[in-house]
Design a binder for this molecule. Structure first.
Ligand SMILES: Nc1ccn([C@H]2C[C@H](O)[C@@H](COP(=O)(O)OP(=O)(O)OP(=O)(O)O)O2)c(=O)n1
Length: 122
């Protein structure tokens, strides 16, 4: 049975997204199509759809102040498709994406340590 979409201020765990998209595919008999390669192609395709939204707009200010509500909603949908295929790809590859991302942030910090100048900034 389809789970109700609750509207709360709570952050949505990656695991919940991963489980929901897995269930979405399972109940439709689409699980067999969710192979790593297919999901990667679908992910890249959705990145292309995000790109299309920004195409020809020139530089865009943070917060997208001049965009219509419809354009912002469209962007949210396409970014969601990217995220959903990404978490699904990680899932079928056996990668714990949340933990992997946290580890990568730590690794990034080692690779790019703060300079003495950056350390005195508030
Ligand atoms: N085999 C599939 C097909 C779709 N989806 C889900 C994941 C995405 O969130 C969304 C993608 O659906 P579409 O391929 O219809 O893509 P769009 O929603 O972007 O539609 P369009 O390309 O027409 O803009 O549906 C999925 O999990 N598995």
């Amino acid at each position: 049975m389809q789970k109700k979409m609750e509207k709360t201020n709570k952050d949505v765990p990656l695991k919940e997204l991963s489980e929901r998209v897995a269930e979405f595919a399972r109940v439709r008999g689409w699980d067999k199509y969710h192979s790593p390669r297919n999901l990667l192609l679908a992910l890249v395709g959705e990145v292309g759809e995000v790109t299309e939204i920004f195409q020809w707009k020139g530089e865009v200010a943070r917060g997208l102040p001049n965009w219509s509500a419809a354009d912002k909603e469209h962007l949210g949908e396409e970014l969601s498709d990217v995220l959903l295929y990404l978490v699904r790809l990680a899932d079928v590859c056996g990668v714990d994406l949340g933990r992997a991302a946290l580890s990568k942030i730590l690794k990034n910090a080692t690779k790019y340590p703060l300079t003495p100048h950056q350390q005195i900034q508030p």
